[in-house]
Design a protein around this ligand. Sequence first.
Ligand code: CAA
Length: 378
Amino acid sequence: MDFTLNDEQRQLQQLARDFARKEIIPIAAEYDQKEELPWQVVEKAFEVGLLNPTIPEHAGGLGLGMFDECLIGEELAYGCMGIYTVLMASELGIAPILIGGTEEQQRRFLGPLTEKAGLAAFALSEPNNGSDAAAMGTTARLEGDEWVINGTKMWISNGGLAEFTVVFATTDKQGGHKATVALVVPKDAPGFSWNKIKHKMGQRASLTSELVFENVRVPRENQLGGLGDGFKIAMKTLDKTRIPVAAGSVGIARRALDESVKYAKQREAFGRPIAQFQAIQFKLAEMAMGIETGRLMYQKAAWLVDQGQSHGFESAIAKAYCSEMAFNAANEAIQVHGGYGYVGEYPVEKLLRDVKLNQIYEGTNEIQRVVISRNLLK
Ligand code: CAA
């Protein structure tokens, strides 16, 4: 067993670290306040090779694996979880095409994302169902060689801005998961519209939308996998993409620790820096313990993916553990900063607002526990 990164991985990590320092950290607070997605960051990420890096070589991409994707993710989320979500959610839109698409579909849908900066999106949740994903109400009806889609999707990262969205729909509302289908919908499809969801608590630099489908037609060639495969493609996707959420959470926790160390060394109380009090030291130690443990978890889960081994159990553990660990780290970072931590002058209050979503999206942490316990009991 070897825990060291190879030269290429170290370079990749450094590239992402520099990118976060130069391109993300300086603008993160501003775009959070404006509730605006910084498109220039997406373009710069494309230029340096950090956008959609998992697109396979046969479709013109770099073909990076999950471990490398997560190394990048930890660094970008250190800069801003909201901006990282823009890039991470694009990978979430790409993953079902890698899982359920043919090589021809991968070339057709993913090839254009290697030619210019562009995003993908994944649409599963709806206004009235999230955790019970199989109970979807968006319908798909086959008319000749075209699918006709009707319904509304909710909480969709990059929704509307993405070049295409993988939409999960049902052909029979009584048919459960066996009646579901995964369809790729281009952003200019007639009948497709979207509304930005405003006033989010955190991750405000990422775009979250409601998507509306009114008799949207896509050719049958845009169907991923077979009829009835939609739900399973979604589940297999999430088994993978929950790991980058865990990696991003570790990035947030690391930022919380670094900011706390810096502040604790400067701030004085009772005639000495607060870093000299055990009450503060123990908080820092707890954060470090969580970060080390969380990183091992997400790296193991990512490694399993890259080895082609079963990973749903590990990815659920990593996602739930890391997001809770990072929530606690951000919370304690505010405590270390005292009143200053509670206002926007320091970055720690944003960390807490941002990390809350990591406990909710890509399956709530309660759903992760369902996945974990089903694995134990099966
Ligand atoms: N991989 C492959 N197949 C799977 C699977 C997996 N991980 N999980 C289930 N299946 C299969 C089962 O084997 C079963 O197949 P058969 O009937 O052929 O045996 C079928 O799928 C149905 O399985 P279940 O009966 O277990 O399904 P369920 O309805 O009980 O649901 C669940 C299970 C785990 C609760 C699932 O609904 C779930 O994960 N819900 C959460 C959804 C979620 O994560 N949403 C996040 C949206 S994305 C987002 O947040 C993105 C964002 O914008 C950033």
